[in-house]
Design a protein around this ligand. Structure first.
Ligand code: SAM
Length: 287
């Protein structure tokens, strides 16, 4: 069976029939619930009983959002599939849901979100469904706006099913370029069935982010799905926002050069400004 992402655009693939099938499958409910619990664990919200406002990106029919509610937090969910959101409405989920394409940016106020999760959705951004779709631009818009709407120090945990290493690297590199610190946490890396990859990102300086959590499956701990022994796999990437190029002054254009040129202009009968202690002083870069 080909991957859903290569079969049709998400808003078509998750049409009415698939949306209902997805939401009534006990297997899917159980898996999505388990992944969402783990994403919340990786989000590492303060354990102070204060409800936080979280974002569920690609919330679908609300399975992942329900886990957020059960953990006592508020949430805003966004999804591109109307049919999935209709099912969420029918199921009377507690979150506020929005029909939106994450590839066009999130359109939320800066710093208003305390944390974000995304379960089984972000890999869709790697596929171009329309001639106007450019995956790199969509990833840039997504991560740029995600970074902006998160409070400083807040985390985003994105569980995804990348098709290959190239996709994982592309997604990760756009996250880093947007200013995030973080990396990839892989649970049960040696189990085909149970393996789950989470991108764990922190908004703000790396000192606030701390170390990345460990993947499950360490020290021979056995995995309930396959009973296979796993080992922890954690890739850490550093914050890597490209620095703005500083303007450098051209060589030799100091005070002497300016005074010499002023003299020349005076000799030619031209007007020049008076010399002062500020003559040829280097301006700050923001000018
Ligand atoms: C496998 S479902 C997961 C739904 C939900 N997170 C859960 O755990 O049940 C993936 C969801 O991602 C949504 N999605 C895919 N591409 C999207 C995009 N560009 N913007 C918003 N949602 C998207 C799909 O419509 C679908 O509802």
């Amino acid at each position: 069976m080909p991957r859903p992402e290569v079969q049709a655009p998400p808003e078509i693939f998750y049409g009415e029939t698939e949306a209902r099938k997805y939401t009534t499958s006990s297997r899917i409910i159980e898996i999505q619930n388990r992944i969402s619990e783990r994403a919340l664990e990786l989000l590492a919200l303060p354990d102070d009983g204060v409800p936080r406002l979280l974002l569920d990106i690609g919330c679908g029919s609300g399975l992942s959002g329900e886990t957020i509610s059960e953990n006592g937090h508020h949430w805003i969910g966004l999804d591109i599939s109307e049919a999935m959101l209709d099912v969420a409405l029918e199921r009377e989920v507690e979150g506020d849901i929005v029909l939106a394409d994450m590839g066009q940016g999130l359109g939320l106020r800066p710093g208003c979100i305390d944390g974000a999760i995304s379960i089984s959705a972000v890999q869709w951004l790697c596929y171009a469904d329309k001639s106007s779709h450019e995956p790199r631009l969509r990833l840039k818009a997504f991560f740029g706006t995600l970074y902006r709407c998160l409070a400083r120090g807040a985390r985003a945990v994105l569980q995804l099913y990348a098709e290959n290493m190239d996709q994982s690297e592309m997604i990760m590199s756009y996250a880093m370029r947007s200013g995030f610190a973080g990396g990839m946490v892989v649970d049960w890396p040696h189990s085909t069935k149970a393996r789950k990859a989470y991108i764990v990102l922190t908004c703000g300086p790396p000192s606030i982010s701390g170390a990345l959590p460990k993947g499950k499956g360490e020290d021979g701990e056995s995995c309930s799905d396959s009973d296979e022994e796993g080992s922890q796999t954690v890739h850490i990437s550093d914050r890597n926002r490209p620095r703005k190029r500083l303007k450098t002054s051209k060589k030799g254009r100091g005070k002497e050069w300016v005074l010499r040129n002023k003299e020349k202009r005076v000799r030619r009968g031209k007007e020049v400004p008076h010399d002062s202690k500020y003559t040829a002083r280097k301006r700050k870069s923001y000018f």
